[in-house]
Each structure stands twice: as structure tokens, then as C-alpha cells.
Design a protein around this ligand. Structure first.
Ligand code: ZN
Length: 281
């Protein structure tokens, strides 16, 4: 969601990471013990690793922060309700982060998560070193509420500041779909996926590829893109022609499929010269 806000994101250099390893990998054993003890206390983490508060690039940043919780790779900023047990939210978000780090094969160092009362929907942006996502306080303890979709956008920023809308959104939908099945175990794939398999679903194309190639397909796509991350960051910087961007995406989709997927995508109405927005947007 919130394409306009993401598209307004400052196109800056995306912080490079060497994969999913977080602060844990860089701590000496004694520090590790202390760090685990701190985590056990709740909202405390290793100070040297903490991200700085993001620049106020939206009206939502200016809503005062009433509480904060630093996890291993998530910083949760509560703009809404001081009575929330934020450590519970942070622990669930960390679970989502850890699962996505495996699924993507790479990860941002931190994800900053805003919890607010006035957001019209969940959204994500990146204007500094750490990507940010915004979740509505209503239903904040329900991990089905945009945890996977918005956090996936935060991971996708590692590939560039401005991927084509159709792919960025549908990839986040695939992350949500697989999280529901594999991480949160709320859905069974065999019964559920056929209900989404309809031509008017916004992520129809990527779902077709998922159905054809199985749950391991998108992890392969993402690893293909990550191997070409320098090319991705240069291609998805907001200045390149749409067909060049789509050709790179189709190349990764084809590599993961073991053959050219463009003829199949064309049968679904996909044209790399014109496809920019997700279906229905
Ligand atoms: Zn989205």
C-alpha cells in the first residue's frame, strides 16, 4: 500500500549488508551473555548498535513518541498508546524479521517500526540508513496486520530505492502469503492458494509463478537478484527506463524458474515495456 509515500522516498544510497547476520555475529562471548541478559529484561539492546531516530520526513513522524522498544533488529516507536506492552510487539516483529531474513537471503541491519493511531493504512519508506514501516495501532498485536507485507518492503530496499510498483507490491504479497503459511501457520497452502488464484487478484502473475514452481521459488528469485545487487541498485534508482527495469526482474524470475518466463507472462497480459503498476492500482 501507500505507493505515493514510498515513491516520495528520497532516492539515496541503500546501506549494504553482508546478509542476515545482525549484532549477534559481531559480539564477543562475554558481551553476548550481557546482551542476552539485557534482552531478557525487555526493551533494551546493545546501545552501540541502536539506530538513530529517523528524520521526520512525514507528518506521522511528528506525532510524539510515547514509548520505544529496541529488539535485536527492530526498533519499535510507539506514537499511539503508552499502555501498550511494546516488548510483545517487538518480539513478534523480530520473529517476522528473522523469517524474512531467511526467505530473502539478505536483510537490512535494522527495521524501524512506527506504531500510530492515524495511519490510513500500513506503509513503508526509506529516507535514511534504516528502512521504516508504519503499522496501525488497532490490531497491532495481530501479526496478520501488515507485519510481513510492510517489512518485506523494508527488505526490498536493499535491492534499490525504487523497484517497479507491480513487482515491489506483489513480492510483498508473496512474503505475506508464505508467512501466513510457513511462519505463522494460519493457513494451509493446498486449501488457501486456490482461493487467491483468480485473474482479478492484484498479485496474479507472481502467484502463477509460485504455483508453478513451489514455495522455494521466490527465495531463488531473491538470491538471483542479490547476486546482481550492484546492477539492481543502479537499475532501480528511479532514473532508468521501465523496460530495462522489467527486463532485469524477468531475468531473475526466469533464472529461478530454469527457463524464460516472459512468454508465459505475456499470455497473462504482461508487457515489460508498459507494466509499471500493480493490477488494480
Ligand atoms: Zn505495499
Amino acid at each position: 500500500m501507500a505507493a505515493a509515500m514510498r515513491e516520495a522516498t528520497v532516492a539515496g544510497a541503500v546501506a549494504a549488508t553482508d546478509g542476515a547476520a545482525g549484532p549477534l555475529a559481531r559480539l564477543a562471548p562475554s558481551a553476548l551473555v550481557a546482551w542476552i541478559a539485557l534482552l531478557a529484561c525487555g526493551c533494551t539492546g546493545p546501545r552501540a548498535e541502536a539506530p538513530v531516530d529517523p528524520r521526520p520526513t512525514t507528518e506521522w513522524h511528528r506525532v510524539p513518541i510515547v514509548d520505544r522498544c529496541l529488539g535485536r533488529n527492530v526498533l519499535v516507536l510507539n506514537h499511539a498508546d503508552p499502555s501498550l506492552e511494546l516488548a510483545t510487539v517487538a518480539a513478534q516483529l523480530q520473529q517476522q524479521y528473522d523469517w524474512l531474513a531467511e526467505w530473502y537471503g539478505f536483510a537490512p541491519r535494522f527495521v524501524i517500526v512506527h506504531v500510530g493511531a492515524g495511519y490510513p493504512f500500513g506503509f513503508a519508506l526509506k529516507s535514511g540508513p534504516d528502512p521504516e514501516m508504519f503499522l496501525q495501532v488497532d490490531g497491532i498485536f495481530d501479526t496478520a496486520n501488515n507485519y510481513a507485507h510492510e517489512m518485506a518492503h523494508c527488505f526490498t530496499y536493499e535491492l534499490g530505492a525504487a523497484l517497479p510498483h507491480w513487482f515491489n507490491e506483489s513480492l510483498s504479497d508473496m512474503a505475506w502469503l508464505e508467512s501466513e503459511i510457513e511462519l505463522w501457520k494460519r493457513r494451509g497452502a493446498d486449501a488457501w492458494l486456490p482461493t487467491l488464484d483468480r485473474v482479478d487478484w492484484r498479485s496474479y502473475e507472481l502467484l502463477q509463478l509460485r504455483l508453478a514452481h513451489g514455495p522455494g521459488y521466490f527465495p531463488k528469485v531473491l538470491r538471483a537478484l542479490w547476486r546482481r545487487r550492484d546492477e539492481c541498485r543502479a537499475t532501480f534508482d528511479g532514473s532508468r527506463k521501465l523496460d530495462v527495469q522489467n527486463e532485469l526482474l524477468v531475468a531473475a524470475l526466469s533464472e529461478a524458474a530454469g527457463g524464460d518466463v516472459l512468454p508465459f507472462l505475456r499470455t497473462l497480459g504482461f508487457d515489460p515495456r508498459t507494466r509499471e503498476r500493480q493490477r488494480g492500482y
